[in-house]
Structures are given as structure tokens and as C-alpha cells.
Write a protein that binds this ligand. Structure first.
Ligand code: SIN
Length: 350
């Protein structure tokens, strides 16, 4: 009996110390909010469209999710509060600079973002930020004011993923609907469904009751420094996407060149195939020094060699990058070189 009381007293004395240690062991995770539906406010709980995206700040989102404090020391700030369809070069550059500033200071970072261009921001960040800490993008398909809003659970999972050491070294990650995707091949695949993100090569893993369960490794992950140094940049080169279709007439390519394109992504059919009428105009653009990258709107697979004329005309293979991600890589490549061969090598490497 005396021994049991003694044991209880010891436990009682040690408990606060354990609690302090557990608190200290929690990772530090910083949120960078950019807006989106996750921060959206609608006029009623049943409205899932017609809301104002990006209306709520990071503090509003955190006060609706007190549970997050059980898993991490969470801090946050707003970079902007936009509907992500309105993303700009300036916001991207600001965001990348801020991520780089925070890289050595926190255990993980979460970017709160609209779903419409989340895949593009994830890819831009993968190419421009120091890969030393976990970087997770998340958002929601239902506004914060909706019944069964998906934002709080997505945010909680994103914080837990960003605070998990196993997320390190995997590049920028997208965590939506309990599923973890690699920046390079994630895409929004459904206009309205909560389960909207997909990757043609499958996800990297799932959040299982708040813990990452990995089932694949990402490819072409930058090591060491960020592949592209964006410090002091104020804007990015103009690169336009021309969508290849039946009955094309070259007008879209001429339009892109007229608008001052420094590079063109051709979102071709099949294996980056180009309508003859568009090819004539693209060949003129390439001859004038404008790099032309062949990609595909097929949705999966790689764009490789096809017609011999494409190589003669100097067109670059876009590989397995979607047109919208090829556009970002070409923009960044153009900040370093205009040489078609060197740009082609970057498409092989990243
Ligand atoms: C946006 O992309 O900002 C709006 C749509 C969304 O977040 O789902």
C-alpha cells in the first residue's frame, strides 16, 4: 500500500515534466495563406458556389481549428487573399522568397491555396525554393462557411504532414482529401468534387488518421539548392500556351507571337502532335529565336520524338509535364538561357 502511494507520488511529480517535454517535441509549422475556397465565405451554409474566395484570414482559419495546437506549434501570415485563378508572377515571387526566408527557421511550411492553380504554385515552388524542409499545399473545395466544409480536416492533415520528418526531401507536396501528391504530376481533375486531385502515376500516399502512409516516391526531386534562383526578380518571361485542336489555322500561334511571347508551349494532340497550319507558324517562331515546347493535352504520358520535321524545326520535347507546368519550367529556363539545347536539357532534368 505504502509502495503504491509512493509510486503515485513519483508519477504525479514527473507528469508536468513529461507534459513540458511532449510540448517541446511538437514541430513548428508556419502557414502562408494565399486565399482560395478554404478561406471562402458564402451567404449560407448550403451554398457551395457563388462565395467570396479568400475572404477569411489565417487567424480565422486557425480559430476554427483549435485541435491543430495538439500537433504543432502553429504560426501563420497572409501573403494575399485571392481566388487562385488570379495568381500573378508577383505573388509567386513573393511567396517563394518568403518560403526561402523561413526554410531554416521552421520544421515545416503549409501553403493555404485555392485549388484551381494549386498544382502550378506547387510546381513553381518546387523549382524555386530551398528543398530543406517539408512544404505542403492544401485547400478546399467547399467554402469555410459550408456544411461539412472540407477545409478544416485538410488543414489539420497538412499541418501534421508538414510536421512529419518523413515529408522532408520529397519536394513540394499537395495534400487534399487525405491524399498526398507530388508537385510534378498532380492535377485538378474534377470541377466540383471534393476528391478532385489526381495524378496519372498515382498519389505518393495517404493521410491515415493523421499519419502519412507512403506508397510511392516522387521523381526528379531537386537536391541541395533550389534549381532556379528567383531572388531580385520582379516578373517572369512571357510564355503562352497554344491549345492544339482539329481544324487549327495558325492564328493562335500568330497571336501569341504578336503579343510578345518569349516562349510557346504547344498543348498538342496525342504525342505532342501539331496541326500542319500551326506547325508552319511555330517553325517561323522558332526560327526567330522563340523556343517552342511540344506538350500534350492528352492528360498523361510523355511527349517524345514524333515527326522528323519537329526536330528539324528545333521544337523541344516537353516530356511528361502538363502544358501548364511546362509553361512554368520554360519561364524559369528563360531566366537563364535562350539556347534551345540547354532548355531541352532542363526539360530532361526537372
Ligand atoms: C480558388 O482556386 O481560389 C477557388 C477554387 C478553390 O479553391 O477550390
Amino acid at each position: 500500500m505504502i509502495f503504491s502511494i509512493f509510486l503515485l507520488m513519483i508519477l504525479f511529480l514527473l507528469l508536468p515534466a513529461w507534459a513540458v517535454r511532449a510540448e517541446e517535441r511538437k514541430p513548428s509549422v508556419h502557414l502562408l495563406a494565399t486565399g482560395g475556397t478554404i478561406a471562402g465565405k458564402a451567404s449560407s451554409e448550403t451554398a457551395t458556389t457563388g462565395y467570396e474566395a479568400g475572404a477569411l484570414g489565417v487567424e480565422d482559419l486557425l480559430s476554427a481549428l483549435p485541435e491543430v495546437k495538439d500537433y504543432a506549434h502553429v504560426t501563420g501570415e497572409e501573403i494575399c487573399g485571392i481566388d487562385s485563378k488570379d495568381m500573378t508572377d508577383t505573388i509567386w515571387l513573393t511567396l517563394a522568397e518568403r518560403v526561402n526566408e523561413l526554410a531554416g527557421k521552421k520544421d515545416g511550411l503549409v501553403i493555404i491555396h485555392g485549388t484551381d492553380t494549386m498544382e502550378e504554385t506547387a510546381w513553381f515552388l518546387q523549382l524555386t525554393v530551398n528543398p530543406s524542409i517539408p512544404l505542403v499545399l492544401t485547400g478546399a473545395m467547399r467554402p469555410a462557411t459550408a456544411l461539412s466544409a472540407d477545409g478544416p480536416m485538410n488543414l489539420l492533415n497538412a499541418v501534421r504532414l508538414a510536421g512529419d520528418p518523413s515529408a522532408k526531401g520529397k519536394g513540394a507536396l499537395v495534400m487534399m482529401n487525405d491524399t498526398i501528391f507530388a508537385a510534378r504530376n498532380v492535377t485538378k481533375g474534377n470541377t466540383l468534387s471534393l476528391d478532385t486531385f489526381r495524378s496519372p502515376d498515382g498519389p505518393l500516399g495517404y493521410m491515415n488518421d493523421g499519419h502519412p502512409g507512403w506508397c510511392a516516391l516522387p521523381v526528379r526531386i531537386p537536391k541541395g539548392q533550389a534549381p532556379f534562383d528567383i531572388r531580385h526578380m520582379k516578373s517572369l518571361p512571357k510564355v503562352y500556351i497554344v491549345y492544339g485542336t482539329a481544324c487549327a489555322d495558325g492564328a493562335m500561334v500568330r497571336g501569341a507571337v504578336f503579343a510578345g511571347a518569349e516562349g510557346i508551349i504547344y498543348a498538342g494532340t496525342g504525342n505532342g502532335s501539331i496541326h500542319k497550319a500551326d506547325e508552319i507558324e511555330l517553325a517561323k517562331a522558332a526560327a526567330a529565336g522563340i523556343p517552342v515546347v511540344r506538350s500534350s493535352h492528352a492528360g498523361s504520358g510523355s511527349v517524345i520524338s514524333a515527326e522528323p520535321s519537329y526536330d528539324r524545326e528545333g521544337f523541344i520535347h516537353g516530356g511528361s509535364l502538363s502544358p501548364q507546368k511546362a509553361r512554368i519550367l520554360l519561364q524559369l529556363a528563360l531566366t537563364r538561357t535562350k539556347n534551345f539545347g540547354e532548355i531541352g536539357e532542363m526539360f530532361e532534368r526537372y
